[in-house]
Design a protein around this ligand. Structure first.
Ligand SMILES: [Zn+2]
Length: 162
């Protein structure tokens, strides 16, 4: 179990989980819809969901790109005291499905929502196990209710080890 903690502690190990889950999603969506374009979208969604950390981190670090390679996102969460995670919201998936239905883009919406469910599930398993993350963490409403407070939303962080 201790060994698996690397998937919570190390950015590259963690992102590699999303990379491989993205490859799996590519094949699932490709098999389901018979179009590699949707598979590619599913692969990209698997990876790009985490751009919310990076975009916010870049803003907090005044667009110093090198930041991405030197610190883990929790560093800026500690600095700002807020954890927003906009792309990690179950509510967003409901909105995407409704939009897909409204604009007759059901396949596209499924190619976005399925990899997102897998991404959230991977994060949930990793961070619930090693960071005591709440099961409600990826509900936007839950984070809003806690005013995005880092201390409440992320009770066990890496450097304190508590
Ligand atoms: Zn994530």
């Amino acid at each position: 179990m201790k060994k698996l903690q690397v998937f919570a502690d190390n950015l590259w190990f963690h992102e590699s989980l999303h990379f491989f889950s993205g490859v799996v999603m590519f094949f699932i969506i490709f098999k389901l819809f018979g179009q590699s374009g949707y598979g590619l979208i599913a692969f990209l969604v698997s990876l790009l969901i985490d751009t919310d950390h990076y975009l916010e981190g870049l803003i907090c670090n005044r667009f110093k790109i090198s930041w991405i390679f030197t610190s883990y996102p929790h560093i800026y969460w500690q600095k700002t005291g807020k954890i927003t995670l906009l792309f990690h919201s179950w509510e967003l998936l409901v909105i995407i499905l409704i939009l897909g239905q409204t604009f007759n883009q059901q396949l596209l919406s499924i190619a976005i929502v399925l990899p997102a469910i897998l991404h959230y599930s991977i994060d949930q398993i990793v961070y619930s196990s090693f960071r005591k993350m709440s099961l409600f963490q990826y509900f936007f409403i839950f984070r809003l209710y806690h005013k995005f407070n880092y201390q409440i939303l992320c009770p066990r962080h890496m450097d304190t080890g508590n």
